[in-house]
Design a protein around this ligand. Structure first.
Ligand code: HEC
Length: 141
């Protein structure tokens, strides 16, 4: 092949319309968790992922949310924390990525993407709910 042809070929690859949006809204919460969250929060959510030691603050154990935040699983609060776009950071830096924004970009950054962000975060919260440690027994613990 001539050099010109190679160049054209390479340009075609880079310019072909990207298979644009990802479809993470079709992933289960568990799959999304393993893809985006486990690196820090650990494969089972205990805060012991491979990246956790490189973060200057402790990565929370996500199986203890219910114990820490009370019996009622705090869905609205979690939604705000995970999304992050409206989060108020009280003490300095937020080390966790702003997932509402990350997913919105992954999903193609259009109005439909916003709906998919909602679905992705709902699936994640459902998964988190399924891995909560049982409530403490006041007699034995
Ligand atoms: C780069 C590391 C990192 C990744 C990846 C990450 N987190 Fe976090 N996460 C943190 C850290 C650190 C905190 C503590 C708050 C902060 O950011 O300062 C946190 C806090 C949280 C909290 C609040 C827990 C609490 O006890 O208040 C939730 C819920 C959470 N993360 C869920 C997720 C979900 C869901 C994902 C995947 C979509 C995810 N995290 C991915 C590092 C990470």
């Amino acid at each position: 092949m001539s050099r010109g042809f190679y160049l054209l070929f390479i340009m075609m690859i880079f310019q072909s319309p990207q298979i644009h949006a990802q479809a993470f809204e079709e992933y289960s919460g568990e799959e999304t968790f393993h893809r985006f969250c486990a690196s820090c929060h650990g494969p089972e959510g205990h805060g012991d992922g491979p990246v956790a030691s490189g973060i200057p603050i402790m990565v929370p154990d996500l199986t203890l949310l219910k114990r820490r935040m009370g019996d009622e699983f705090p869905e609205a609060v979690l939604r705000r924390i995970i999304d992050g776009r409206n989060a108020v950071v009280y003490h300095g830096t937020r080390y966790m990525p702003v997932w509402g924004y990350e997913f919105w970009v992954e999903e193609g950054a259009d109005p439909e993407a916003e709906e998919n962000v909602e679905i992705i975060i709902s699936n994640l919260i459902e998964y988190l709910e399924s891995i909560q440690a049982p409530a403490r027994d006041p007699v034995t613990e």
